[in-house]
Ligand binder design. Structure first.
Ligand SMILES: [Zn+2]
Length: 249
């Protein structure tokens, strides 16, 4: 079920010209997606992912989009500010919508009809007693994060001809990922709550350490080869990282 990998093309890359128009902070809030059937350039707010989505028809020129963005700058700034006004801690509960790799999914208590936790489209069904719902969602999220992040790590490692010994998930606050000399990668399971491209960047970073155990220019070249656009991912994590930790499950 590699549902989020479908959106793995680096459409969140904020081109330099966008930073020139909006400034890098605001440009980092914009997720540019090209759409084959889009007829015009449009903007919408994705409050789950915490980004403003700009949909561009595939054939629209950069010059045209640049003019559009320049015209909408104050709209973008206003909505980015609204996205920043995040609520305090939220517990996972029946009816709550959570963002999984950028896709909105609603938690639904399913009673005793079927055992376990399962996803059908944009619904995450959770069976069993209501008081166990949050724990069951957490266990599912962790397992799902580990499965998907492991898959990405293996893909990236194959590109640079290295082997990942193991991918583990933790709930670390100090960092999103780490990699040791034995080739063991540890990642925060909360990356599942970030957009797919941000999670991919963190994995690319740790996988690149399989080749370079430092942060040398050669290391950053490997990261860029696997997943370009690190500034945007870093900016996103800086801005929204705390919010991922505010989801209490
Ligand atoms: Zn590093």
């Amino acid at each position: 079920m590699a549902w989020f990998l479908n959106s793995s093309k680096p459409d969140w890359l904020t081109p330099d010209w966008l930073s020139e128009i909006l400034g890098s902070d605001l440009a980092a809030r914009l997720s540019v997606r090209s759409h084959p059937r889009a007829r015009r350039v449009s903007l919408r707010v994705d409050s789950q992912a915490g980004v403003i989505v700009l949909v561009r028809p595939r054939r629209a020129s950069e010059k045209f989009i640049a003019a559009f963005v320049a015209e909408k700058k104050s709209w973008i700034a206003k909505h980015a500010a609204q996205l920043d006004a995040l609520p305090g801690e939220t517990s996972v509960a029946d009816g709550m919508t959570i963002s999984l790799f950028g896709e909105a999914v609603t938690v639904r208590h399913a009673g005793q009809s079927r055992a376990g936790v399962w996803r059908e489209g944009d619904i995450l069904y959770v069976s069993g007693r209501a008081e166990h719902l949050a724990r069951r969602v957490r266990d599912w999220l962790k397992a799902e994060a580990r499965r998907e992040l492991t898959q990405i790590a293996r893909e990236f490692a194959a590109v640079i001809e290295r082997k990942v010994a193991r991918v583990g998930v933790r709930d670390t606050r100090s960092r999103w990922g780490s990699c040791n000399a034995k080739g063991e990668i540890s990642l925060s399971w909360r990356l599942i709550l970030a957009p797919a491209d941000v999670a991919r960047y963190v994995v690319a970073h740790e996988v690149s350490h399989l080749k370079h155990l430092d942060h040398s220019p050669a290391f950053w070249r490997t990261v860029a080869e696997l997943c370009p656009g690190r500034e945007n991912a870093r900016a996103w994590l800086k801005r929204n990282g705390a919010a991922l930790h505010r989801v209490v499950v």
